[in-house]
Design a protein around this ligand. Structure first.
Ligand SMILES: *[C@@H]1O[C@H](CO)[C@@H](O)[C@H](O)[C@H]1NC(C)=O
Ligand SMILES: *[C@@H]1O[C@H](CO)[C@@H](O)[C@H](O)[C@H]1NC(C)=O
Ligand SMILES: *[C@@H]1O[C@H](CO)[C@@H](O)[C@H](O)[C@H]1NC(C)=O
Ligand SMILES: [Zn+2]
Length: 355
């Protein structure tokens, strides 16, 4: 009996080891080509069926699917939402790395962290790891294409490719900080929303815009938190609050690894430009719309070494969480009201007289 027990224990151990070996651990601190990111997305949905679903919401010029992970607990109540968009510019590899880290953190913390549990109960997180899929795939082709920025749509004249997706949205399109020359990095497209990726975001977010509290679009580099508007002649109605919350996020970032992030509108701290997803989202009434420009400040630029992925993601996560938590608490302050009502009921039940 004893020997038989020992034998089955060995078999069990072997089975567990085989299962572990079969499944390759996703390394969050390396850059991944598109197929690996897709495989990882599938795995996330498989591992967390109660929380994660994959949503296909568009197709690129080269016929690749644009996908996001929807993360949230199923509740009966009507939920709010948060948009996190990575990889709109192909060469900014730290951006998709951030989205993967962001998803990992939520899934790792919600079971033990009461605040995160509440947030996945009240809100759905819509996370697009790579919006510009064709461009991203192209940057992985060989060293000569590593610094490609735009998508891969053929331009109106021969030999020119790609539109800058962050100049193509319906937010004062084509008015400032753009080029109409299809060979340029900031080519804004033949017309507003000419690109399939822009259309996908516009349709997906636009049809549920009242649900979204936050719209975060992640770029690199220069260590900045930008707020609407990129157009110099418009000021956001909630500019003061956006600045206050943005500065709070920068402080949260600084606390993690001592990195300095600058906060402001793009015309104030970078350069003016029109047609960004951030401006478009704010114009839809999504109040907390921000652009993150992650590490570094130019030493490595778009080619941030892999040993900086972890610190860059850790600090940016802290900044993003500051904004998301603020937006969440503003909307779901009802929780406080409920707690007070419960206390009142208890006091009444105990026969306490309040004066
Ligand atoms: C991809 O890289 C290969 C090998 O360097 C090259 O021959 C090919 O032209 C590249 N493809 C594109 C679309 O640039
Ligand atoms: C901003 O407004 C000024 C004054 O009306 C105008 O001259 C300028 O062209 C505008 N800028 C842009 C980028 O539209
Ligand atoms: C942070 O960056 C801003 C803007 O570049 C600069 O004015 C400020 O002095 C920097 N602070 C530190 C501590 O480096
Ligand atoms: Zn960018």
């Amino acid at each position: 009996m004893l020997q038989f027990g020992g034998f089955s224990f060995a078999v069990l151990l072997f089975t567990v080891t085989a299962a572990t070996v079969e499944r390759v651990q996703h390394d969050y601190y390396k850059y991944h080509p598109m197929e690996e990111i897709s495989t990882w997305m599938t795995q996330m949905a498989k591992d967390h069926p109660d929380l994660v679903t994959i949503v296909d919401y568009g197709r690129t010029y080269e016929k690749r699917t644009i996908k996001l992970l929807k993360i949230g607990l199923n509740t009966e109540a009507k939920k709010k939402a948060v948009w996190v968009e990575c990889g709109i510019h192909a060469r900014e590899w730290i951006s998709p790395a951030f989205c993967q880290y962001f998803v990992k953190q939520i899934l790792q913390t919600y079971k033990t962290d009461a605040k995160m549990e509440k947030m996945v109960r009240n809100m759905d997180f819509y996370v697009t790891p790579v919006l510009n899929v064709d461009g991203y795939v192209y940057t992985w082709n060989d060293s000569t294409t590593r610094l490609w920025r735009k998508n891969r749509t053929p331009g109106p004249s021969s030999g020119c490719y790609g539109t800058d997706l962050n100049r193509n949205f319906d937010s004062n399109w084509g008015t400032v900080g753009v080029s109409f020359d299809c060979k340029k990095e900031i080519y804004c497209g033949t017309h507003v929303m000419s690109e399939l990726e822009t259309q996908a975001v516009t349709y997906f977010v636009g049809t549920r815009k009242d649900d979204f509290l936050c719209f975060l679009t992640i770029h690199s580099f220069s260590q900045m938190i930008l707020l609407p508007f990129g157009h110099p002649n418009y000021t956001a109605s909630n500019y003061n609050e956006l600045m206050k919350v943005g500065l709070g996020a920068a402080e949260a970032i600084w606390k993690v690894h001592g990195q300095n992030y600058t906060v402001g509108t793009s015309p104030d701290v970078l350069y003016p430009f029109s047609g960004s997803s951030q401006d478009w989202a704010h114009m839809q009434g999504i109040h907390f719309s921000y652009t993150f420009e992650l590490r570094d400040k130019g030493t490595f630029g778009f080619q941030l070494p892999e040993d900086q992925i972890q610190p860059a993601c850790e600090e940016a996560y802290s900044g993003a969480l500051h904004i998301i938590t603020y937006a969440h608490d503003q909307t779901f302050s009802g929780a406080v009201v409920t707690a007070a009502a419960t206390l009142w009921t208890l006091l009444l039940a105990a026969g306490v007289t309040l004066m």
